[in-house]
Design a protein. Structure first.
Length: 312
C-alpha cells in the first residue's frame, strides 16, 4: 500500500524518454509541492503505475517500445480516477486528440510554459477531488436510500399487521355480538383462538369467585372429552396447573393422546427437564425447542416455522 501523502500533496508520475523534458516537468511539478516520480520509458511507467497508484500522470505519447497511449490504457484499467495528461509535439496533435477520446484528461505540447503546467495540475487534481466527492456522496445517498427503503418496508409491514389485527378484532367482536348466550360465545372464542394461533386445540377456563378455581367452560379440537366429568384438569387458586414434571407429562398425554408436535416453547423453573422429556416423547428436533421465562416472546412467529401443526 502506498503511504498517504502530506495534506495538499499529490502523487504524480512523469513519463518521458527525453531526460531533459522529464527533468523540467519534475522540477515544475515538485515546485508546486507534489511528490514526483519519473520514468524514462513506457515499460517502467506501467510497473510504477501499479506500485505508486498516482493521482495524476504526465506521459509522452511517442516513446519507443511501450507508447504513451499504452501507458494511458493501463493507467485507466488499474484505476479510472487518475488524471492522465499526454505530452506531445506540434506534429502529433492529432494523436493527442485521439488520446483524449480514450480517456486522457488533457494534453500539452512541447515546449510548454510553467503557467500551463501549473494550471493543468490544479485542474486535474481538482477534477479528481470533485469526482471522489461525487462518488462518496452517491455512496452515502445510496446507503441512506437503502435505509429509508428498509424503514418504509418495516412501516408497511407494521401497518399491514396492525390493520389485520384490527380487522380480526372487529370481525371477532361482531361474531361475539351475534349471540348473547355465554356458552356459544365461549365456544366461538375457542374456535377462533385456535384458528388464529394455528393451534390444534383450545380451552377457555372461567374462575369460580367462591373457590378461586378455574374450570374448563368451553373447548375446541378436543373430541370425545367431557370436561364436567374431570377429563380436563381444574386450575387451583395458585394458578399452577401441574407443579411437577411428571404431572406435566401425564396432563399432556391425558389431553392429547394422539398429539403430533412440531415446536415446543416452555416457560417455568423446570423448563430444561420438560423440554428434554418432550423431545423424547414427541421426537421433536432440538432447533424446534425453546426455553424461556414468563414475559419472553417466542423466537419465531408461528407462520415462519413452516408446516407447524401444534405449539405447546
Amino acid at each position: 500500500m502506498v503511504p498517504s501523502p502530506d495534506a495538499g500533496s499529490a502523487r504524480i508520475l512523469v513519463v518521458d524518454d527525453e531526460v531533459e523534458v522529464a527533468a523540467v516537468l519534475e522540477e515544475l511539478i515538485a515546485g508546486l509541492g507534489h511528490q514526483v516520480t519519473v520514468a524514462h520509458n513506457g515499460r517502467d511507467a506501467v510497473r510504477l503505475l501499479a506500485e505508486l497508484r498516482p493521482e495524476m500522470v504526465f506521459t509522452d505519447i511517442n516513446m519507443p517500445g511501450t507508447s504513451g497511449i499504452e501507458v494511458l490504457r493501463v493507467a485507466k484499467e488499474l484505476d479510472p480516477k487518475p488524471a492522465v495528461v499526454v505530452v506531445t509535439g506540434h506534429a502529433s496533435t492529432a494523436t493527442a486528440i485521439d488520446a483524449l477520446r480514450q480517456g486522457a484528461f488533457d494534453y500539452i505540447t512541447k515546449p510548454f510554459a510553467f503557467d500551463q503546467v501549473e494550471q493543468i495540475v490544479e485542474r486535474g487534481l481538482a477534477n479528481r477531488r470533485l469526482e471522489e466527492t461525487n462518488r462518496r456522496l452517491v455512496a452515502e445517498l445510496s446507503d441512506k436510500n437503502a435505509i429509508l427503503e428498509r424503514h418504509e418496508h418495516e412501516l408497511r409491514e407494521r401497518v399491514r399487521r396492525a390493520t389485520t389485527q384490527l380487522q380480526r378484532l372487529y370481525d371477532l367482536g361482531r361474531e361475539i355480538g351475534y349471540n348473547l348466550e355465554l356458552a356459544p360465545r365461549l365456544s366461538m372464542i375457542c374456535a377462533r383462538s385456535a384458528e388464529l394461533c394455528h393451534a390444534q386445540a383450545a380451552v377457555v377456563y372461567l374462575a369460580n369467585e367462591e373457590s378461586g378455581e378455574c374450570r374448563a367452560a368451553a373447548w375446541h379440537g378436543i373430541g370425545g372429552l367431557e370436561p364436567d366429568r374431570g377429563a380436563l384438569p381444574v386450575v387451583p387458586p395458585d394458578g399452577v396447573l401441574a407443579p411437577t414434571l411428571a404431572e406435566h407429562l401425564r396432563l399432556i398425554d391425558q389431553l392429547y393422546p394422539q398429539l403430533r408436535v412440531d415446536f415446543v416453547a416452555v416457560k417455568g423453573s423446570f423448563g430444561p427437564e420438560l423440554v428434554e422429556a418432550l423431545s423424547r416423547r414427541f421426537r421433536i428436533p432440538k432447533n424446534h425447542m425453546f426455553i424461556g421465562t414468563p414475559g419472553d416472546r417466542f423466537p419465531h412467529r408461528i407462520e415462519d416455522l413452516g408446516g407447524v401443526r401444534v405449539v405447546l
